[in-house]
Ligand binder design. Structure first.
Ligand SMILES: *[C@@H]1O[C@H](CO)[C@@H](O)[C@H](O)[C@H]1NC(C)=O
Ligand SMILES: *[C@@H]1O[C@H](CO)[C@@H](O)[C@H](O)[C@H]1NC(C)=O
Length: 504
């Protein structure tokens, strides 16, 4: 037996015996029925995620400029459930070593975090050199601890100065984003090999530019979300091309985008299965089809529906921007993997009522989706979060079928509660969803390369403040030292990562 294999086996045995004595959870798992054990591939990576605004604090330290979230929480504290904000919050700007300690304790192999654009470019296209120190320290400490950095470039917190030029609605945004991406590759690319351009642009565009419920609070229903998405997709492609042109050959990393979606089950079994494709295309396909499909461009179902409605409304052209052949070609294939955030699913049926052209629809009405839930689904603290592990499985299969089995990195999946240390609800959610992932890999041959839990620590949950907590570690936000304390789910995740299998 080659030495390397022998050492590996010995190490696994040692690791297992250590965790056996440390974790009572493991004792339970010995009773697992062998038929219900699902293995993860050897090279499958387990990680945890955060985002800059949700954990960093230090909102104006070392030359940082304001982002749209700084502006929003300061102008509208009444719009945050507990009146809190991210000015200090978890203060990872000063306590990031505690975050790394937590990651290390659980045994996570990668850490997905985001960079605050307005630290690097506070007020204009002039770079703030001081901002590199923090991220260099963070990245170097991760590498020393053998944790792979996975970096999101933009996780909702657009610099205010870019918003002042129109944000995602200004085509000039693409040029700003390209400069930002170039700057990140240049400064961090020697150590960062996995890049994510955008996080959940569906939410940024729909909530931020159509519903107006999150910053920048713009209500351009049925127009703003489509224009926003168009520029996001182009900016993503520009960032990918920049990497390919200037860095890929030396740095040898991967660039992708993180999209979020629910899965939709047919409410009416008599509906044709294509109805699922329609709803998935109005959510995931909106961004994924232009980048990952063979043909490129927006999903045909979106083009047709929005075109027809725009005509009925008497408009000069469709509310969905046109993708010319040149744009289609520029965008198609600009990703090495798909980052996928999954939390929940719904039942869906088609709204078949006659279209009223003066109804001022958003994408939600354009999709003609009518959603419902199954009363048996367990709900988290968050009102939108029902546990539906089958939806994750089916979404992964849908992605495999639609996008030629592109490598998928699950970049978020998690459960909210009040922040209690005894978080059995979170353990159950993780277990059920990890089983769904393992089944998709083993039985459906889905090309899933890793799983990222949201989140390593409790953090500022946007408009819910600290009232809904997703952490595997509790954070005492009121304490000056911001202690991170392991919850029961930390032990559970440690067991899964040690074992590299999951059982029912
Ligand atoms: C992981 O290993 C499998 C099987 O050896 C291989 O097909 C796959 O390409 C590997 N994935 C990555 C991300 O290295
Ligand atoms: C949080 O910290 C404060 C201040 O140090 C302390 O009074 C409080 O007991 C702590 N809360 C928890 C849950 O540990």
């Amino acid at each position: 037996m080659p030495l390397k294999i022998l050492i590996t086996i010995t190490l696994i045995c040692i690791q297992n015996s250590i965790s056996l004595s440390l974790t009572p959870v493991l004792i339970e798992s010995q009773a697992i029925d062998a038929e219900n054990i699902y293995e993860f591939p050897k090279n499958f990576s387990f990680g945890a995620a955060t985002a800059a605004y949700q954990i960093e604090g230090g909102w104006k330290e070392d030359g940082k400029g304001p982002s749209i979230w700084d502006t929003f929480v300061h102008n509208h504290p009444e719009m945050i459930a507990d009146g809190s904000n991210g000015d200090v919050g978890d203060d990872s700007y000063h306590h990031f070593m505690d975050d790394i300690k937590a990651l290390k304790e659980v045994g996570f192999e990668h850490y997905r975090f985001s960079i605050s654009w307005s630290r690097i470019f506070p007020t204009s296209t002039i770079v703030n050199e001081k901002a590199f120190d923090y991220y260099n320290k963070l990245i170097d400490a991760l590498i020393v601890n053998n944790i792979e950095p996975v970096v999101t470039m933009l996780h909702y917190d657009i610099p205010q100065w870019i918003q002042d030029t129109g944000g995602f609605l200004n085509p000039y945004f693409i040029k700003y984003f390209k400069l930002y991406a170039y700057t990140l590759y240049k400064n961090f690319g020697s150590r960062v090999k996995i890049w994510i351009t955008f996080n959940e642009p569906f939410e940024s565009c729909v909530e931020g530019y159509s519903y107006g419920s999150t910053p920048p609070l713009i209500t351009l229903r049925g127009v703003g979300e489509y224009m926003c998405a168009h520029h996001v997709i182009l900016a993503h492609a520009a960032a990918y091309e920049t990497y390919k042109a200037h860095f890929k050959q030396d740095q040898r990393g991967m660039v992708g985008i993180t999209l979020d979606s629910r899965f939709y089950f047919r409410k009416n079994p008599q509906d044709s299965p294509e109805i699922i494709d329609r709803f998935m295309n109005f959510e995931l396909g909106w961004f994924a089809h232009p980048i990952y499909s063979k043909t490129g461009g927006y999903p045909q179902v979106m083009i047709d529906e929005i075109n027809e409605r725009s005509k009925k409304e008497g408009r000069a052209w469709s509310r969905l921007p046109e993708m010319t052949e040149d744009i289609k070609k520029f965008v198609r294939g600009t990703a090495d993997f798909l980052g996928f955030n999954y939390y929940s699913s719904r039942y869906a049926e088609l709204d078949t009522s006659d279209y009223n052209p003066s109804s001022n629809p958003t994408i939600t009405e354009d999709s003609r989706i009518r959603t419902s839930i199954d009363p048996s689904w367990k709900r988290a603290k968050s009102s939108w979060l029902y546990s539906v592990p089958q939806g994750l499985h089916d979404a992964l299969v849908w992605i495999k079928d639609q996008y030629d089995n592109i490598p998928v990195l699950i970049t978020e999946n998690g459960w909210s509660d009040d922040g209690q240390l005894n978080d059995d609800g979170r353990i159950e959610y993780f277990r059920d969803h990890l089983i769904a992932v393992a089944k998709a890999i083993n039985e459906e041959k889905c090309n899933v390369i890793g799983y990222t839990a949201w989140s390593i620590i409790d953090n500022f949950e946007w408009r819910k403040g600290f009232s809904e907590r997703f952490g595997i570690y509790h954070v005492n936000v009121t304490s000056p030292t911001k202690e991170r304390t392991a919850k029961k789910s930390a032990k559970f995740m440690r067991e899964v990562i040690n074992n590299r299998f999951i059982g029912q």
